[in-house]
Design a binder for this molecule. Sequence first.
Ligand SMILES: N[C@@H](CCC(=O)N[C@@H](CS)C(=O)NCC(=O)O)C(=O)O
Length: 281
Amino acid sequence: MILTEKEVTTKEVKAWKGLHLLHFQGSSCSQKVRLMLGELEQKWVSHPINLIKQANSTPWYLGINPRGVVPVLVHDGVVHVESNDIITYLNTTFSKPGNSYFFDTSSTAAAEAQQLLDLEESLHMDLRLLTIEFGPLSLKSKDSIDAQEKNGNFDAKRAHEVEWWREKAENGISDSETCAAAKNFSTAFNKLDQRLAEQPWIMGDKISIIDISWFPNVQRLINMGYPMSRHKNLSAYYQRLISRPSFKAELSQPGSRFGKLLFGGIRFANRIKGKSMERCL
Ligand SMILES: N[C@@H](CCC(=O)N[C@@H](CS)C(=O)NCC(=O)O)C(=O)O
């Protein structure tokens, strides 16, 4: 999705040439785009946006993406948002003939693939909620929510995000919400697992953007102690993905290695406390 001229008030980005990614190492949506750029062997300029320091709520950043979330891709001065749209755009723009990461758009599989991208997108809040409960993400402070709301121009999507964070800061996360989120992933993973019983990649014989879109979810859930052994085909598929050069490169970044250690420590602590997703399934 391309933002309009009016939405982008931080004018300097319009002069940026080539591919620029505004992203955060620990963000699942940013990871999709880094993986896609790696698969396509594209060079890109990195602009880290530290979500821990709320760098996504500064007037400068909100002038690039008024939604206040990462990732943002700036390609030759044009601002693209929404990770699934960005990877679709990158594939259309940069994949070589015969090496497309998309399914055959003329086939009936196209609608099915779009549904799988939509399903992935629809689980984003569940992923966020589980990362607060089983990972290193924290609820936001009042000051940080106020900055997210007040800085920059009004944006309906950001207002929705602010409402979500405020509600959670006030009421906390209930056990039933946590279990519903874990169950939603379990249902989606069963669906992927069934497809992978017949074929090596979600859409068939070739890796596609659908695999790239789903990967950060599978990885995050594994990191948070989700019992992935319930989905044998998905587990084997995960191993196939992480043995690809672009995935290896992404996972060997210092930030990714640190993230793995951090999740490992939290998983261990949760095990001692008897806190698990398994009880919900
Ligand atoms: N649908 C959006 C979701 C973007 C999103 O929520 N990004 C998260 C990181 S994965 C974020 O920037 N969160 C910052 C915050 O909530 O303050 C996409 O796929 O790009």
